[in-house]
Design a binder for this molecule. Sequence first.
Ligand SMILES: [Zn+2]
Length: 136
Amino acid sequence: MRCDACGDESVVAFDVPDELREYAPDEAGVAAICPTCLDVRSASDADVQGGDAADAAASAHDAFPADPDAAAGVALLLGLLESLVLNKSEIQSLVDHLEASGTDVFLVLDRLEADPDVDPQVDLERRRPQLQQLIE
Ligand SMILES: [Zn+2]
């Protein structure tokens, strides 16, 4: 699948766990993330290509947690980071949810930011301190 934002062909579609549905674009059951620009959008079942859909999110990037649910949560969080203002309450509860299940959200952001192959649409370097402030 092709990324609308940067043209990368390796966009990864993944299943959104039911409890994370409210954080997904259009609250869809399937979302997709671009491993290059980290653009997140809703997708359809047809976009999930073979293999184990549950592991797809985790495979989007090495920095993502190996647990499929946690990886999906991190991917959805990256989508929400596009607007801290509009998505403030969702971001706060999603980060709470991820941290409670043992995911170090900031470590993932650091690793993505450090990867030269990742060219995020969202300025992660600027977002990180803003996010930290938001959830304190
Ligand atoms: Zn992209």
